[in-house]
Design a protein around this ligand. Structure first.
Ligand code: 6PG
Length: 628
């Protein structure tokens, strides 16, 4: 599928727009429209009397042409000719369809055109007005420029060659995600250019070999030279960066800048830090380059078959890449794309970061369930059976893959028994923990899951400590139904906390976030897709805080005895379950009407005169006591 396009042919009067437009529309077998046929009578009269049109005269006419283009785009491509001399006119013509418009500028010298006009009969514009046309002309930045000195047929060939040769979308970086996304784009029929750098001995001919290995990339253009890659793209260029977050992203941007032109768009699809996304946006803005930060979830398979996409940045820029992102995204239950505009600045990357925080906790909770069931004497196949039996009540992608992971054999043993128990991370969980601390939001499970990974990394010390303290959990006595309920409880708290972090960030950064819509795009394609997320879509329509919703309150109440029991039993038997236990500890604190924070305030006032408020003073004034 190639998106329908409107080809606007522009240029001063007499440049041959109508002839070329008609020929082009015949060649492409698409409808042709002469903009002049859409002038209101009043404009025609003015022009016939030799009076130049002013901007006010033109406004309604340009809007009519824009409407015409929009209507045509729903069915087909088309060719429209219109002088469109000023940028502001072209802006009206482009309105809401920028990404589907191609501009052809027929350019020639004054003398060339003056000669033509002199020989022309029956034209309602006199050649005397030509100079004012040249004076008005603001050269377009993003048009295919064709010199009218060529013969009409040569002009048509040139236009077709230029339109066809240029790809509509560029993918920079062919790592695991970049490869899958480019195949996804090509499968949807987009004309793409792909790029991977060349490093002698380690990365050679990556792009071309990758293209040759996949049928769907037959028409893709493959590059290892940045300049050629950039020049292969239609303007405004849309380039998606799929490179490592951090310094590499900055280096790639610097490498691209010299070849970009005003209005081009860079899309950062990596797991970038949301604060850096904002800095990059500002930096690139100063260079007239658009930048949007896009969270992409789904791993290799999701990227190929349809990821969940979280774009943030300027809304108008987003609209220029929306059709591409929507097309490659996973589809929700109503067949809507799992892609939605998140908000300004780095909000897309922020939401992806919290998605990953929730993911860390979901993974950790499943690891804790595994450790409990293992300690109870179940082997990996039995644990997989138990997890699968939970699908009717707590299905999720992560539950499903965990069961599959547990079943995987390696020789006579299960593979999981041979995997070293040191968990890695690439940084998003760390940033989510930092963000929650910085924003003053108690999303405590994300740091708990993160620190569980960090603790796991101290393998040597753990082995030593295990001997020193003779810890050997074994006597756990729990019902699997109870473990399921405890797991469900902790998942609700995890989702409450993650969504709370997003909601509070939205307020702090003045992003207008729609949490229900965010939940919707997490229902497919992403790592945390689950039945629970589906359930949260209507809940979040009512309130950002899911713990205020009646059905959730009832669920939490009925699950609470089980989490109390499971956590107590594990603690008594010295089994580490940091996220299960934190979920209930947090909840107990969160639901405490009169907490112990009065003691903290008194201590602060004692040693630092930090003052406190009094329960018997409704003015909320701050008091200090001389404690000694
Ligand atoms: C996703 C994943 C993906 C990746 C992260 C997490 O949503 O597709 O979150 O982005 O797996 O890099 O990785 P770490 O666990 O290594 O931090």
């Amino acid at each position: 599928m190639i998106l329908n396009n409107v080809i606007f042919i522009m240029g001063v009067s007499g440049c041959g727009k109508s002839t070329i437009g008609e020929l082009l529309s015949e060649e492409l077998s698409v409808p042709f429209f002469d903009g002049d046929d859409f002038h209101p009578q009043s404009n025609i009269e003015k022009m016939s009397n030799g009076i130049p049109l002013n901007d006010e005269d033109r406004y309604d006419w340009l809007v009519t042409l824009n409407e015409l283009a929009k209507k045509q785009l729903q069915k087909n491509s088309c060719v429209i000719v219109c002088s469109a001399l000023k940028k502001s006119y072209r802006d009206i013509l482009n309105r809401n369809i920028q990404n589907q418009v191609k501009w052809i500028h027929l350019s020639g010298s004054f003398d060339q055109i003056f000669e033509r006009l002199k020989n022309r009969k029956h034209h309602f514009m006199s050649s005397d007005l030509l100079q004012s046309q040249f004076d008005t002309l603001e050269e377009p930045e993003n048009a295919i420029e064709i010199n009218i000195g060529l013969k009409p047929q040569e002009i048509i060939e040139e236009i077709i060659k230029k339109i066809k040769m240029k790809s509509e979308f560029g993918l920079f970086g062919l790592g695991v995600m970049g490869k899958s996304l480019s195949r996804n784009l090509a499968q949807k029929g987009f004309e793409i250019s792909i790029f991977n750098r060349e490093a002698k001995g380690t990365e050679e001919d990556v792009a071309i070999n990758f293209k040759n290995a996949h049928k769907e990339l037959e028409k893709a253009q493959a590059f290892s030279e940045i300049e050629a890659f950039v020049n292969s793209l239609q303007t405004p260029r849309r380039i998606m960066l799929m490179v490592n977050a951090g310094k590499i992203t900055d280096m790639v941007i610097e490498d691209l800048i010299p070849f970009l032109t005003d209005g081009d768009i860079l899309i950062d699809g990596g797991n970038s830090n949301y604060l850096e996304t904002k800095e990059r946006y500002d930096y690139l803005k100063s260079k007239n380059i658009h930048f949007i930060g896009v969270g992409v979830s789904g791993g290799e398979e999701g990227a190929l078959k349809g990821p969940s996409i979280m774009p943030g940045g300027n809304k108008e820029t987003y609209n220029l890449v929306k059709p591409y992102l929507n097309s490659i995204a996973a589809k929700d239950i109503n067949n809507l794309p799992c892609c939605t505009y998140i908000g300004e600045e780095g909000s897309g990357h922020f939401v992806k970061m919290v998605h990953n925080g929730i993911e860390y906790v979901e993974m950790q909770l499943l690891a804790e369930v595994y450790t409990i069931l293992k300690t109870m004497g179940h082997n990996p196949d039995e644990i997989a059976d138990i997890l699968e039996s939970w699908k009717s009540k707590a299905d999720s992608y992560l539950l499903d893959i965990t069961a599959k992971v547990l079943r995987k054999k390696d020789g006579n043993d299960w593979l999981v028994n041979k995997i070293v128990d040191k968990a890695g991370n690439k940084g998003t969980g760390n940033w989510a923990a930092i963000a929650t601390a910085q924003l003053g939001v108690p999303s405590t499970l994300i740091p708990s899951a993160l620190f569980a990974r960090y603790t796991s990394y101290y393998k040597e010390e753990r082995l030593q400590a295990n001997k020193n303290f003779t810890i050997n959990p074994s006597a756990i006595n729990l019902d699997t139904e109870e473990i399921l309920k405890a797991y469900q409880f902790a998942r609700i708290i995890n989702h409450y906390q993650g969504l709370k972090l997003i909601s509070e960030a939205g307020k702090a950064y003045k992003w207008k976030l729609n949490l229900s819509e965010i939940a919707r795009i997490w229902t497919n394609g992403c790592i945390i897709k689950s039945d629970l997320i589906m359930e949260l879509i209507p809940v979040l329509k009512e309130d950002d805080n899911i713990l205020t919703h009646k059905t959730i309150i009832n669920q939490v109440k009925s699950l609470k005895p089980s989490i109390n029991k499971v956590v107590s039993e594990c603690i008594l038997n010295e089994l580490a379950i940091p996220c299960l236990s934190e979920s209930v500890s947090f909840f107990n604190g969160y639901t405490t009407a009169n907490s112990s924070a009065n003691i903290i305030q008194a201590q602060r006032d004692y040693f630092g005169a930090h003052t406190y408020q009094r329960t018997d003073d409704t003015s909320e004034k701050f008091h200090h006591t001389n404690w000694k």
